[in-house]
Design a protein around this ligand. Structure first.
Ligand code: DC
Length: 233
């Protein structure tokens, strides 16, 4: 992929709750790039399924979901107050609704469905076609943009990640339980890395960032150096 006007595609993949999105958002802001949270897209589809009775105690009604895919429109709009993009589902801001434990508990099986992934990947490629984008997810460097100029694979221990999610939820005033969160992190790791379609794996040309013991500032400096190396000739 040749960088246009020196703007590149930055793919950030890795396990859940690694701080990928905070890192990707800050990096995009610093570079004046667009930030796309692809996990938010799968979460929005999950919320839609919960609201429409597609996801019940018996599982997911895949045939119904397949028929409804054309009715699901996901977009992002910049929130002036936070300086970050909010996720919209059919015109409604669902940024808070998609972050609940209920959605977290159901999102992995929804994200494992082939036709859901095809629809999301198609949209993600359109969003990144002009470059100047930081996209975070699980399959960005392997499937969505296999030619991305910079691919980062982020990881941290399950305990560190669960603690981060716990802090994030309690800061928002949400009631949560550390044991439940740790179990959810482990279960999502398992489903995300063993699913048949586009499992979470490091692209061969991705560089690993283990941020278990790194500060936000150290991480940012490291990332900016990686970008510099790829945008200056
Ligand atoms: O990053 P997150 O925790 O918000 O992601 C939510 C879920 O979506 C997670 O279980 C993995 C899945 N996902 C995916 O399969 N592919 C992506 N590109 C992004 C997220």
């Amino acid at each position: 992929m040749e960088a246009k006007n020196n703007r590149i595609v930055i793919a950030i993949d890795g396990f859940s709750s690694c701080g990928k999105s905070t890192m990707a958002k800050d990096l995009a802001k610093e570079l004046g790039y667009i930030y796309i949270d692809t996990g938010a897209m799968y979460r929005a589809v999950t919320l839609y399924c919960m609201r429409q009775g597609i996801l019940t105690g018996n599982g997911i009604d895949q045939e119904l979901l397949r028929c409804k895919m054309k009715d699901i429109s996901i977009s992002f709009r910049l929130n002036d107050a936070t300086g970050r993009p909010d996720t919209y589902l059919n015109g409604e801001c669902v940024e808070n609704e998609i972050r609940t434990m209920e959605v977290s508990n159901h999102v992995s099986p929804v994200a494992a469905i082939g036709f859901v992934r095809e629809a999301m990947v198609r949209q993600q490629r359109v969003l990144g076609k002009d470059k100047g984008v930081v996209m975070d997810g699980r399959d960005i460097g392997t499937v969505v943009f296999p030619d991305a100029e910079l691919k980062v694979f982020v990881t941290a221990t399950a305990e560190v990640r669960a603690k981060r999610r716990y802090d994030e939820l309690t800061a928002k005033g949400m009631d949560c339980n550390m044991e439940e969160i740790l179990a959810n992190v482990r279960e999502r790791d398992r489903i995300d890395s063993t699913r048949e379609i586009s499992p979470l794996r490091k692209a061969d040309d991705a560089i690993i960032l283990d941020n278990s013991n790194m500060t936000i500032q150290e991480q940012k400096a490291w990332l900016m150096e990686q970008v510099r190396e790829r945008t200056t000739n």
